[in-house]
Design a protein around this ligand. Structure first.
Ligand SMILES: NC(=O)c1ccc[n+]([C@@H]2O[C@H](COP(=O)([O-])OP(=O)(O)OC[C@H]3O[C@@H](n4cnc5c(N)ncnc54)[C@H](O)[C@@H]3O)[C@@H](O)[C@H]2O)c1
Length: 317
């Protein structure tokens, strides 16, 4: 059996690691694979790296066919920052890209797809209850990015109904984790700026923090990849959409305090900004059906990332 992961960035590389550990033939398909950052997380000799665009349908379809790919994880996408720089290209990558992946699967006879969606598909007002719930919370994305991710969920659901592709979805909270490559998100970039600032020993002031980071739900890339791996390997499921977060909202100040616990005296300050009202996702379904739970709370995420930075000797403290 061969697994193919589109996108080999922050989360795609962590996901690939799990399949390599299982001894599965693992291919990553990325328009611009970042080999140095990837090599810090995974033994590149154990995976096949295909440089390719999800919009290049012939290349994608022949990659699946020639390698007898039967299971895929689709992470390749432009995140909000990248999408808003080029609406035409970003919208196409995120929607046509998913359509191409599913059509290539149909032609190659591939069976199962785990699609990486986002908390951003939920309506901001959030509907009833304290948590975003996969079953009852309304989906009404505020951003074009969220809309492209929801559209992809619809395309997948219809490929499942019409062609029998086993389509599964994870809706991630904001992800952070070890990754020295490009960070496409303002949220991930914010935490990186704080950590690097603390480790450099320099005073770091972020004058206009992005409102979304002031109150946010985070999930560690290792926990997120673990959930995808469990979801891929589970044969029978009651549901096909799973929230993957921590079920908790964390303030930016709590992140700063967690960093200062490990790097005492770190001088990290923020300008004033109004946080956006957000609610956390319920992660009960993933806990029950996948026997998954997040191992990292915000303190553990920060600790692991600081250890990783230090082990790479990027910074001396
Ligand atoms: N990072 C987060 O906070 C977050 C939160 C929720 C959901 N997600 C979803 O998780 C997935 C992965 O996010 P990430 O943080 O690993 O992003 P990332 O930017 O680190 O990785 C995405 C990868 O996709 C590749 N890519 C972009 N356009 C491509 C194309 N046309 N063809 C092939 N490859 C292409 C990029 O080169 C990159 O390596 C995305 O689908 C994203 O929507 C991420």
């Amino acid at each position: 059996m061969t697994v193919l992961i589109t996108g080999s960035g922050l989360i795609g590389t962590q996901i690939a690691k799990h399949f390599v550990e299982d001894g599965e033939r693992t291919i990553v398909y990325d328009i611009a694979p970042q080999l140095q950052p990837m090599s810090e997380l995974i033994d590149l000799s154990k995976i096949k790296v295909v440089r390719g665009d999800v919009l290049d349908f012939p290349n994608l379809a022949s990659t699946l066919k020639e390698n007898s790919v039967d299971r895929l994880v689709h992470t390749a996408a432009l995140l909000p920052g990248g999408l808003m720089k080029n609406l035409y290209n970003g919208t196409r990558v995120n929607t046509d890209g998913t359509l191409n992946v599913l059509e290539a699967m149909r032609l190659a006879g591939a069976k199962r797809l785990v699609y990486t969606s986002t908390v951003g598909v939920y309506a901001k007002e959030g509907g009833p209850g304290e948590y975003f719930d996969e079953e009852i919370s309304p989906t009404k994305p505020v951003s074009l990015y969220g809309a492209t991710k929801l559209m992809s969920e619809y395309i997948g659901t219809n490929y499942a109904k019409t062609y029998g592709i086993d389509f599964r979805v994870v809706r991630f909270a904001n992800i952070i984790g070890p990754w020295s490559g490009d960070i496409q998100t303002g949220t991930g970039g914010f935490v990186k700026q704080l950590l690097e600032g603390a480790l450099s020993g320099k005073e770091t002031h972020i004058p206009n923090p992005y409102p979304m980071v002031l109150e946010a739900e985070w999930v560690y890339s290792k926990d997120a990849a673990h959930a995808v791996h469990l979801l891929m390997n589970k044969e029978q499921l009651l549901s096909n959409v799973f929230n993957v977060g921590t079920g908790k909202i964390t303030s930016a100040q709590e992140i700063i305090s967690s960093i200062q616990k490990i790097v005492p005296g770190a001088r990290l300050t923020l300008g004033s900004a109004k946080p956006m009202a957000v609610k956390p996702m319920s992660i009960d379904r993933a806990m029950k059906e996948l026997s998954w739970s997040p191992k990292y709370d915000i303190g553990a995420m920060v600790k692991d990332m600081i250890e990783w930075y230090r082990s790479k000797s990027h910074h001396t403290v």
